[in-house]
Design a binder for this molecule. Sequence first.
Ligand code: IPM
Ligand code: MG
Length: 378
Amino acid sequence: MTASSAPARSNILVLPGDGIGPEAMAEVDKIIAWTNAQGLTAIETEVDLVGGAAYDAHKAAISDAAMDKALTADAVLFGAVGGPQWDGVPYDARPEAGLLRLRKDLALFANLRPAICYPALASASSLKPELVEGLDILIVRELTGGVYFGEPKEVVTLENGEQRGVDTQVYTTNEIERIAAVAFELARTRSNQVCSMEKNNVMRSGVLWKQVVTATHAKAYSDVELSHMLADAGGMQLVRAPKQFDVIVTDNLFGDMLSDVAAMLTGSLGMLPSASLGAEDPETGKRKAMYEPVHGSAPDIAGQGKANPIAMVASFAMMLRYSLGLGDLATQVEAAIANVFDQGIRTGDIAGSDITPVSTSQMGDALLAELQRVIEAG
Ligand code: IPM
Ligand code: MG
């Protein structure tokens, strides 16, 4: 079966990275090969190194050549970075620096982290099934500002010989406005609720955050229901009653922590995809974008065929939707994921005690077979 109109050619930079990154990415490669052969996509991929793998080759967490490719690609598909073998490398060349440079240099300020609990997996959550069943929240994390990038950022030696480590939390009006706008826009496509989280009781940047989110809402998004929560209380509410949330918008550091919490609600870190988007180009209407699973490199299980490739495949689905304009195919990939769960096919992280887990590549094969079925069924 072929698509009725040929999809536009797209040029994707694939950065598998370290640990389970390459194994998980291999399952996406299988899907791309098939959708390309069917004429459903016209994806051209280029592969390069990032993280520890790039350090071993170039003594940098990403080479300038790879960065150039990322800047011209339609999107970047990113696996994972890091591992204990790079613990001793210089700070600026540590594997995570490659990821942070991609985010910063591509200006990917909006990080979308959906946490969806598939019904079949409610029992794999560490919370009671009734608390998480049907959970569908979206964390919108600011990704290029805050304490991750604020200056000064240093360790200095004081006159008395002591050392002092400094990171700087900093946000400008524009940075807050644009992330709030993304959250409000996305809420309109969902349940129309945004909860903004900060710590205005301790942080000046939190005071500004709350003011600007409130003003942005009043100016252009008053049809969306807006609430505010202190980020610590937000963490508590996420584990107490997660289904009260629709879209959560928060800063870089709180978003890092809250999205790990949200990920675990769904049963496994191996389930959560993410999209990191830049501003819309006023001429082309396109955004720079990178798609990456939230789980990280999991060095303890790397190379053993145990990794759950679903977050990587779901990240690929987000790429189809947000960068390639192939929302229907994205929905079909997501349906294939849900069906595979319903069939009881599980990798070890979500198998529980009564299911024999499948390997990474068996899961990938099951997903592809199910995608084929979903598409044929139309
Ligand atoms: C994430 C990760 C990264 C972050 C690390 C690997 C730098 O935890 O994407 O959530 O802190 O942003
Ligand atoms: Mg994190």
